[in-house]
Write a protein that binds this ligand. Structure first.
Ligand SMILES: *Cc1c(COP(=O)(O)O)cnc(C)c1O
Length: 376
């Protein structure tokens, strides 16, 4: 869809990357690190300052205690952390349970591990896309080895509630499954929604690997510095796989990310980013509604899911192929995040994901163009 945007001149609200970079001081810190000679392989687990910064971040935001020496690993973005964790902990005969829709790398990495992918749908209701408790219970089996969560959730923007997380925790414990939780949007929540790391629930820290990265929180998606935190034995297993995926990466970015995670001005920058994104979400949601979409308001992330059925499109992929010509805008069909033939796939057939992590002027122009759809 990004290629389609480029070839048609349409506004790309498909791929979720910011069109404004993160804090200037953090960029300067990366440049200073190159000048200071941080240009060779860093330690395999990540530089000590960054591991300490991740531990400080977890304590300050969630009162989670992790030992920077043994319970934190720096990775090549959240993507590598997810891949290494799934490859380390699941194999043939195991099931990895994800929500559905799911971030696209999950299915690929579960397949690479030779494990089976099972899903529990997020179902649309008055409060947006929510976990279906009965379907979740049914999705667990005695082969469920990993529950791979994502909250705040891409693509739906759902922020899992304490009640939802508690049920997941109970079932994961009953089935002796490990929880891997992708929290890359941890700071991008709106309307007072609270991001609750599953590791903070009673007893869960012992079976949970928490993953996040610098990309979304600080608008440096190209830096690809991520981390995983959890019990030493699980982190050690992830490190063993990571060793032969990339070994290490991002030497000069690591000290800059350590600054980002601990510096008060950088933290304030993230709070401002979330406030600004909430406003941009409102702008895009209102525009999509005026254009005739049925909009499901997200509580977090960069994304909004909008249903094209009221516009007469029952296939979101078809709508996305035609959107550049109809309205000069590009989105991504939600079917890119579902499995063909699943209940979630059927329910989301006409849905399209749009990103609002673009400058307000770009979104204003997109909203004007989208109005063409209503006029059609
Ligand atoms: C963007 C994204 C990632 C990838 O994070 P990186 O740090 O860039 O590797 C992982 N999970 C979700 C849900 C994402 O949206």
């Amino acid at each position: 869809m990004s290629a389609l945007a480029a070839s048609t001149g349409a506004i790309n609200l498909g791929q979720g990357f910011p069109d404004v970079d993160g804090p200037e001081a953090i960029k300067r810190a990366a440049m200073a690190a190159i000048e200071a000679g941080h240009n060779q392989y860093p330690p395999g687990a990540g530089i000590p300052a960054l591991r300490a910064a991740v531990a400080t971040h977890q304590r300050r935001h969630y009162r989670l205690e992790v030992d920077p020496e043994t319970e934190v690993l720096i990775t090549t973005g959240a993507t590598e952390a997810l891949a290494a964790a799934v490859l380390a902990l699941a194999g043939p005969g195991d099931e990895v349970l994800t929500l559905e829709p799911f971030y696209d790398s999950y299915a690929a990495v579960i397949a690479l591990a030779g494990a089976a992918h099972t899903t529990a749908p997020l179902v649309r209701g008055p409060a947006g896309f929510r976990l279906d408790p009965a379907a979740l219970r049914l999705a667990f089996t005695d082969r469920t080895r990993i529950v791979l969560l994502n909250s705040p959730h891409n693509p739906t923007g759902t922020v899992l509630t304490r009640a939802e997380l508690t049920l997941i925790a109970q079932l994961a414990t009953a089935h002796d499954a490990i929880v891997i939780t992708d929290e890359v949007y941890e700071h991008l929540v709106y309307d007072g929604a609270e991001h609750i790391p599953v590791a903070t629930l009673p007893g869960m820290a012992a079976r949970t690997l928490t993953i996040s990265s610098v990309g979304k929180s600080f608008s440096f998606t190209g830096w690809k510095i991520g981390w995983v935190a959890g019990p030493a034995a699980l982190v050690e297993a992830v490190r063993t796989v990571k060793q032969f995926l990339t070994y290490v990466s991002g030497a000069p970015f690591q000290p800059a990310v350590a600054t980002a995670l601990t510096d008060a001005a950088a933290s304030a920058w993230v709070v401002d980013l979330a406030a600004s994104l909430a406003g941009r979400r409102d702008l895009l949601c209102a525009g999509l509604e005026r254009a005739g979409f049925d909009v499901i308001r997200p509580q977090g992330t960069y994304f909004v899911v909008a249903d094209g059925a009221p516009l007469g499109f029952d296939d979101g992929a078809e709508l996305c192929r035609r959107l550049p010509e109809l309205a000069g805008v590009v989105g991504v069909p939600v079917s890119a995040f579902t499995r063909a033939g699943s209940a979630a796939d059927a329910a989301l057939r006409s849905a399209v994901r749009f990103t609002f992590v673009k400058r307000e002027s770009v979104l204003r122009e997109a909203v004007i163009r989208l109005a063409e759809l209503a006029a059609r």
